[in-house]
Design a protein around this ligand. Structure first.
Ligand code: ATP
Ligand code: MG
Length: 662
């Protein structure tokens, strides 16, 4: 009931009756040229998955040894599993680098790096990147890293991050990238969970003109990680850095002495390539494990089709490599395709609001893949920031991370795409490895706000609470009824979680998102079923913020919900009750905000701290979040069903307090 009301609301917000056709010029040159071509490919991928993926795998990747079986899975049992290309052997770094060295791609730009300071630019050709990766692989070997070992990469958006990832892949080590905006505490948790013995970081980083103390944060995290033997430090900024003898080593020193020859390790297709922690809707982060063959095939193919990739394209994905989007569509997807991938260290608003357009103009970017939060922020600043730049090189736009409202979609389409570039909205998750639902550019008509149709081999369904399939336009839970090659292999060292979180109901992969499918078969994502706040495209688990708040001595209880925020998409609204005798004042409020920033990171900074005497609870003692969400959004006229509340007066007080706060 609650979900349906919300779904209807969001649906109204998103829905725009308009359907926009791709231009005939675009379709003519596109990889998939028409809806009919898409339908045929899709049908084959679903009717004959083994033949389809087998052919794609042969054509797309280089293998040392062929597979014994294409696809094996069980979604029904107590121990669900999925496996692609069993018995086959390959190496991801070989596929991203070595195989491009024989032909003209040898001297093509693989990675163009634009630092936050405008004058800092680096170009890595495939040849140069191959050399650097091989050296870095030997560096890791020299530190004792072996196949199957985990290496944590806590690095900002600098080339060494991509190099270190590919170096791990080359020797069969499992990389765990931790977003460089996360705090010491969050980093420590991930190092401990992954059991890594080597960490790679940078001495400092840049963000919006400020200097990030990455090494300092890392030192703090490592206090709680005695198993870490080596910490390799990239010298990002020439500035005094405290190094601990024995443990800390300079990247440059190690690289200077490393051989540029490193034979890639032969990996079985289902050997893990990496572990990536999701933002964590629960306090404990989940390490999502991705394999080698299936993942790489899926990232490579989706990259090629979703972005209609051409050999000469300059492609820019603005996501941080610390998130899955950066893994699949900044590093693995583009490089396996032999494309040119632009890596940008800065932010859209620094030094001025035209930074993105300055970069697009400077490099002649053809494909731009960004998030609705960035689009909203730019929309707020106005078109004048775009107008001063020649961005006519753009031919395709992409969107990922959250539903894009039709308003933001139309702005993106007209102000940035100049009515010429199709927009590929892409719905997917860390767990899915690559894009699952998208408006395949050139082939399908776009509906602003809808992620559109499933990618090849993907079988999404919208279910009612009773498990039956929802009717057209009826909101429900989004599930996937069969596997696809990019699917996660499991949760790191937590077999039970794979079943509990993703297969609570046997037979189908549970996405955790709500959706509906319209009469044309288009999917509309309505948000998530659980409680996660999306702040400027960063996912923050409410439970994580709550546990941070509660860990503060004077706090008795906390409940965190999202509230509408004009720029960030969602803001963090925290209800806090304090222990008796505590004086409530602005000082305490500031201390609490600081405490959350300290424990999780600045991205989790609460926008509102609402001190209250009590929280609305059910009789069984559960906090009623839907009410808190409504109060935070100031939608108090219609609070729906409050009959299960233990103390209705609590709600009246909360509403009164909110009016005072605003
Ligand atoms: P956690 O699983 O820890 O809660 P998370 O789900 O926020 O973290 P991601 O895997 O990065 O972490 O995000 C995937 C989610 O983002 C999807 O489940 C969906 O809710 C949302 N999302 C991504 N792309 C889109 C899109 N194009 N349209 C709508 N929602 C999207
Ligand atoms: Mg998720």
């Amino acid at each position: 009931m609650e979900h349906n009301t919300r779904a209807a609301f969001i649906r109204q917000m998103l829905k725009d009756e308009r359907t926009i056709e791709p231009s005939p010029e675009f379709s003519y040159k596109a990889l998939v040229k028409s809806r009919q071509d898409y339908d045929e490919l899709y049908r084959r991928s679903i009717d004959e998955p083994e033949a389809f993926w087998g052919q794609m795998a042969r054509e797309t990747l280089d293998w040392y040894r062929p597979w014994d079986a294409v696809e094996e899975y069980d979604f029904d049992s107590d121990k669900p599993f999925v496996r692609y290309f069993r018995g086959a052997e390959l190496n991801a770094s070989y596929n991203c680098l070595d195989r491009h060295l024989d032909g003209p791609r040898r001297n093509k730009a693989a990675l163009i790096w634009q630092g936050e300071p405008s004058e800092e630019v680096e170009v890595y050709t495939y040849q140069r990147l191959h050399r650097e990766v091989s050296k870095a692989a030997n560096v890791l070997k020299g530190l004792g890293v072996k196949k199957g070992d985990r290496v944590v990469l806590y690095l900002p958006m600098i080339p060494q991050l991509a190099i270190a990832m590919l170096a791990c892949a080359r020797i069969g080590a499992i990389h765990c990238v931790v977003f460089s905006g996360l705090s010491a505490e969050a980093l420590k948790d991930r190092i401990v969970d992954s059991g890594a013995s080597v960490v790679v970081t940078a001495n400092y980083g840049y963000r919006s003109g400020k200097i990030l103390q990455l090494k300092g944060i890392c030192d703090k995290a490592l206090e709680g990680c005695p198993q870490v033997k080596s910490c390799v430090v990239v010298r990002r900024i020439e500035k005094r850095t405290v190094m601990e003898a024995e443990r800390d080593l300079w990247w440059d020193d190690l690289m200077a002495g490393a051989s540029p020859v490193c034979e890639p390790e032969r990996m079985e297709s289902n050997d893990p390539l990496f572990v990536l922690y999701t933002s964590g809707s629960t306090a404990k982060p989940k390490g999502i494990v991705h394999g080698t063959g299936g993942y790489l095939l899926y990232a490579t193919l989706t990259m090629k089709y979703v972005f209609d990739l051409k050999e000469t394209d300059i492609y820019w994905c603005t996501a941080d490599v610390g998130w899955i989007t950066g893994h699949s569509y900044l590093v693995y997807g583009p490089l396996a395709n032999g494309a040119t991938s632009l890596m940008f260290e800065g932010v859209p608003s620094y030094p001025k609001h035209d930074r993105f357009w300055e970069v697009v103009e400077k490099f002649g970017v053809n494909i731009l893949y960004t998030a609705p939060t960035a689009v909203r922020a730019m929309m707020k600043e106005g078109e004048r920031w775009v107008n001063g730049h020649d961005i006519s090189s753009l031919r395709l736009l992409g969107s990922v991370g959250e539903p894009i409202t039709s308003k933001a979609w139309m702005w993106y389409y007209s102000a940035i795409g100049q009515g010429r570039c199709p927009i590929a909205d892409t719905w997917w998750q860390t767990e899915t490895g690559g894009v699952m639902i998208t408006s395949l550019p050139g082939a399908v008509d776009m509906k602003p706000g809808s992620a559109a149709l499933p990618f090849f081999g993907v079988a999404p369904q919208v279910l009612r609470p009773d498990g039956t399939e929802a009717a057209p336009n009826e909101g429900g839970t989004l599930v996937v009824s069969r596997p696809w090659p990019g699917m996660m292999l499991g949760v790191y060292q937590n077999e039970a979680a794979f079943k509990d979180v993703y297969f609570p109901v046997p037979g189908r992969y549970l996405t955790g998102d709500g959706a509906y499918r319209d009469e044309d078969g288009y999917f509309w994502i309505t948000g998530r079923i659980d409680d996660v706040i999306n702040v400027s495209g960063h996912r923050i688990g409410t439970a994580e913020v709550e546990s941070a708040l509660v860990s503060y001595l004077q706090v008795a209880e906390a409940a965190v919900v999202g509230c509408p925020h004009p720029v960030k998409g969602e803001g963090i609204y925290a209800y806090v009750t304090v222990k008796e005798g505590t004086v409530i004042n602005d000082d305490l409020r500031a201390k609490l905000v600081g405490h959350v920033r300290e424990s999780i990171g600045p991205i989790a900074t609460p926008d509102v701290i609402h001190f209250t005497a009590a929280l609305p609870k059910t009789r069984s003692g559960k906090i009623m979040r839907r009410i808190l969400r409504k109060i935070a959004a100031q939608e108090t006229e219609d609070l729906c069903d409050v009959s299960t509340l233990s103390e209705p007066s609590v709600v009246r007080d909360l509403i009164r307090e909110t009016k005072r706060l605003s």
